[in-house]
Design a protein around this ligand. Sequence first.
Ligand SMILES: [Zn+2]
Ligand SMILES: [Zn+2]
Length: 219
Amino acid sequence: RASAELQPLDSTVSDSERFRDCKPLFISCTSCRAPFEFGGIQASKRYQVTFSGVKCLSCQQVLSPLAISSQLEHFLRHEISTYYAGWLVCDDCGVKTRQVSVYGRRCIGKNGKAYGCKGIMRYIYPDKQLYNQLLYAMSLFDVDKAKKRLLKPLTADLGVEDKENKLVPMNQGELDALVEQNRESFKTYQMVIDKYLTECGRRYVDMGGIFEFMSVFKR
Ligand SMILES: [Zn+2]
Ligand SMILES: [Zn+2]
């Protein structure tokens, strides 16, 4: 499943661009149940990163680190299991299957006998996408990126923003202080993600190179 399209991290590509197609990480408040899109340390109308942790703005409850790490794990497990499910789709007729035909990537066709369609089967969830998704999750807890305002903007806030409803960006002093205050706890969340990256690399030899390369916490 290793893909030739995979390329080393290009530092000239912004997070907005690189993670354009990534699924947002939604966290539900453990008190009022309101879900919010978590985008790291940046301004949002739904949550706020404070000196004591991530606070839900619907009910002002500060979420426990365990509540965040368990929801983060749930998100990662879901992405990884979707990837391992290995569904293929034909780029021509759109037929879906989990079987790779004996004819390689040739479309199995509606009749399953590899004739009637000249299309090529591709993974619905390619390895590059999983890799990107894990990178995206990692970036959300990257405090140095937050400090330089390089995080991908929240998609949930984009649509609702207008002149009266403007999202005020944090001032740099406040941002710097929040970054230092949350550095250690955010590193703990990154280690949760790193555990999955390492696991993927070990289980799938042809992906090992990719995931080993990107693992942040080398042992
Ligand atoms: Zn709440
Ligand atoms: Zn086809």
